[in-house]
Design a protein around this ligand. Structure first.
Ligand code: ATP
Length: 240
């Protein structure tokens, strides 16, 4: 198994947030996690990334227990909703950053970044500074920064939340294409049922600190707690 979580529990100030969370993620798979605001999705991603120290449970990545591995040695990239770009670096160098700190040679950096800029439709903006970009372009640069180091595991926390519907749809397709081309596994937190159904292979729903993983998309839709059935009925009515 690529990633296994065993009995993760977490509390803030004696307030339990995660309770006995178990999960198995296969290689090259995207797991979409939905759940009401405040149910603990971000906390779970940050524990996996090592940004929040684990209190109880085990995180096993590619057969290694990484409970105490520092975040920068986990080979995991956590990408939040806000595009955190370096304001003093242009688009090219923002994306190149992860390669520069790994001391990759300049020819390789040029090749990799140029290829990714094209995939992200950012080639024409390579020399712009972050303040000269639109929100959608910033998000794509943020995505490029995460992808350039080819992380085996990508954790995305509402990554397309700030985008208009059209750009969001483009990013969803791009995400699918790139994670499949680069053989990445990912956990994708979203509030959008349609987005989860579109981008994820597996779907989970978090409720009261418990994570339920569904056998398939239909099982997720059929479970009333997820609200997916109502939402799908709504869209069906709208399109009639
Ligand atoms: N540093 C903290 N100290 C205390 N409580 C916290 C802290 N961080 C989060 N919480 C609480 O833990 C709970 C879970 O928060 P978390 O951000 O993980 O939820 P979420 O499911 O990602 O929410 P959303 O969908 O709104 O982003 C919330 O009730 C939140 O108020």
């Amino acid at each position: 198994m690529f990633l296994t979580l065993q009995n993760i529990q977490h509390q803030y100030n004696n307030e339990p947030v995660l309770q006995h969370v178990n999960l198995q993620l296969q290689a090259n798979t995207t797991l979409g996690i939905l759940g009401k605001s405040g149910c603990g999705k971000t906390t779970l991603l940050k524990i996996i990334a090592g940004i929040i120290p684990i209190q109880v449970g085990e995180i096993i990545l590619q057969n290694n227990n990484i409970n105490t591995t520092p975040p920068h040695l986990r080979n995991i990239v956590y990408m939040s909703q806000e595009a955190l770009l370096f304001p003093h670096l242009n688009v090219f160098e923002n994306i190149a950053f992860g390669l520069r700190i790994r001391k990759e040679n300049n020819t390789q950096v040029q090749q990799k970044v140029t290829a990714l800029l094209t995939q992200l439709s950012l080639a024409a903006h390579a020399q712009k500074m972050p303040h000269q970009l639109s929100g959608g372009q910033k998000q794509r640069v943020n995505f490029g920064r995460a992808l350039i180091i080819n992380p085996p595991l990508l954790l995305l926390d509402e990554p397309f939340g700030n985008l208009d519907t059209h750009t969001r749809a483009e990013m969803q397709l791009l995400f699918k294409e790139i994670t499949s081309n680069y053989n990445m596994a990912s956990i994708f937190v979203t509030h959008d049922v349609k987005e989860a159904l579109l981008v994820a292979n597996d779907i989970g729903y978090m409720n009261n600190g418990h994570l339920k993983i569904y056998a398939n998309q239909q099982a997720f839709i059929d479970d009333d707690i997820t609200g997916a059935k109502n939402e799908m009925a709504f869209w069906k009515n709208v399109s009639c």
